[in-house]
Design a protein. Structure first.
Length: 530
């Protein structure tokens, strides 16, 4: 097996993603553009998406990282719009896009058109969260988009399987399709509920940080595999487990949390970078199979499908958000008037991604060895839809949000809430310290007891100090100054330790111990300033 193409893909996509972070363009768009350009460079091998790799090996960790970082409480508060988008919209888009394609393409069976509708129905989790983080969407809209993208893949994959079965003549009825969908959805939830508590128990009872992080890396694959084994939705099982573990992460050892954050940050960065680069690299593979559909007709189909995909989302989002508010007095009493700006942004933030391409590449070959009806045309249209939504919607979403002047997150209000929370926690901790020191078994010299109180006071005051103004001389914020001074002090200590090691006053083992202590202090200073 030649591993060089894989190494080149990972290294190249990581380098492009790192460079893209220095530009105002969202990294996913840069990666797709570079992938498109590189795909036609002589000597570059074909990178064909294998659905047997993408769906069980790439999708679970990406969903897991997105779900762990999501808020279970926020998602529960937005359950209605999330469900209407992740289930209702995907099914509506499957039918609407499939019906339009059936009318457009001569000799295309309706069942095959519905297969395509299911392929392009789900917006992509990675694309949505990447752009949402970059442009600073209001927290409610971000929660809705994240929640939709976590669950919509399960709806789309199930609808795809039902449509494929009907297309190849397996005699699936509408009732059977609904039953299969319910089995997959409910089964995925059940598998997630059954697995989440034992997995959390393991995470809290393993004493080795390396073992805990090894378990963490295995969890999304295990949840996905178990659910798929019983013909349930692996996607839903992964999300349910991840939401629970993320909600209870505070119960895990601090060393595990620190290491886990770094490990999953690296995994997500590598996978996201490679995934978007792979999207661009698919063009030669797709174009070679077009055959009879090459020419202006395929371009017309692509433009029409893109327009329909965009329009269908608007047709669903506005009624889905407005109708419950209009018909329910209870919802009106609890929620503000939706307005038109929020639904507009949600409608426009419907970028498609690698899941659509992976599902499209899993469109089967018939039992007679012939291609699925118009298979390569469907692959081409999937590719153009994914690229179109990523480029057109992804590039225009940031200026659109600025133009609409949506109220973003308020850093001042968030810092004030953090300061109040820290003050309450410090007060309780100080009372607990006084109770402990009153017991003679916990007697400490006065300087050490004062040091414990000093830590609490510094932690309590640090957040309040962040509300101060920027330095009038340098323009630095208080956070930046604090970080810079901490780095300078710790850097000076680090240089002394290295000189002592070089002079053989201490050995390398002691140097590593001292440097790790400084690393932890620097990390603590950085997180305090954040």
């Amino acid at each position: 097996m030649d591993v060089m193409p894989l190494l080149l893909l990972v290294a190249g996509s990581a380098a492009v993603a790192a460079a893209a972070r220095r530009t105002p363009v969202p990294p996913p768009l840069v990666l797709v553009a570079v992938g498109l350009a590189v795909s036609y460079v002589p000597g570059v091998p074909d990178y064909a998406l294998d659905p047997h790799i993408v769906l069980p090996l790439i999708l679970p960790p990406l969903l897991y990282t997105a779900a762990v970082d999501s808020s279970y409480l926020d998602l529960r508060a937005q359950l209605r719009p999330v469900a209407l988008l992740s289930v209702g919209y995907v099914l509506f888009a499957t039918l609407a896009v499939g019906w339009v394609l059936y009318l457009l393409v001569p000799d295309l069976p309706l069942t095959a058109a519905l297969v395509f509708g299911a392929v392009v129905a789900p917006p992509d989790a990675v694309a949505a969260t990447a752009v949402a983080r970059r442009v600073g969407l209001p927290s409610r809209i971000t929660t809705i988009l994240q929640g939709e993208s976590l669950f919509n893949d399960a709806t789309a994959i199930t609808a795809f399987r039902v449509a494929v079965a009907a297309s190849v003549g397996e005699g699936v009825s509408w009732a059977g399709g609904v039953g299969e969908f319910l089995l997959a959805a409910v089964g995925g939830v059940v598998v997630g509920l059954v697995m989440m508590a034992p997995l959390h128990w393991l995470r809290t009872h393993l004493r080795e940080t390396l073992l805990q992080n090894t378990l963490s890396l295995l969890i999304p694959f295990a949840a996905y595999a178990v659910a798929e084994q019983v013909e349930a939705s692996g996607v839903i099982a992964v999300v349910v487990v991840a939401l629970y573990l993320g909600h209870r992460a505070w119960e895990v050892d601090f060393a595990t949390r620190l290491q886990e954050s770094a490990v999953w940050g690296m995994v997500a960065f590598v996978l996201e970078s490679a995934v978007f680069a792979l999207i661009g690299l698919q063009l030669p593979v797709v174009m070679r199979g077009l055959g009879e559909h090459e020419g202006i007709a395929s371009v017309w189909y692509a433009v029409a499908v893109f327009a329909v995909v965009v329009a269908v989302r608007f047709l669903w989002v506005y009624p889905a958000i407005w109708l419950p508010w209009l018909v329910s007095a209870r919802i009106r009493a609890r929620e503000r008037r939706p307005g038109w700006k929020g639904p507009f942004v949600i409608s426009w933030a419907g970028m498609r991604g690698v899941v659509s391409l992976a599902i499209a590449f899993s469109i089967p070959v018939t039992a007679e060895g012939e291609d699925f009806p118009h298979r390569y045309l469907l692959l081409f249209l999937t590719f153009t839809t994914v690229i179109g939504t990523l480029v057109v919607q992804g590039l225009t979403l940031p200026p659109l949000i600025r133009l609409l002047r949506l109220p973003g997150r308020d850093p001042q209000a968030e810092t004030l809430a953090e300061a109040n929370a820290q003050a309450q926690a410090s007060r309780v901790a100080e009372e607990r310290l006084d109770d402990l020191l009153a017991d003679e078994r916990n007697a400490l010299p006065a300087p050490l007891a004062d040091r414990l109180r000093g830590v609490l006071e510094r932690r309590r005051n640090a957040v309040w100090e962040r509300l101060g103004q920027a330095n009038p001389v340098t323009g630095e914020s208080v956070d930046d100054t604090y970080r810079r001074l901490s780095r300078e002090m710790i850097g000076a200590e680090r240089e002394v330790f290295v000189k002592l090691r070089d002079g053989r006053y201490i050995d390398d083992e002691m140097l590593r111990t001292l440097l790790r202590r400084l690393d932890l202090e620097e990390a603590a200073a950085y997180r305090e300033a954040e």
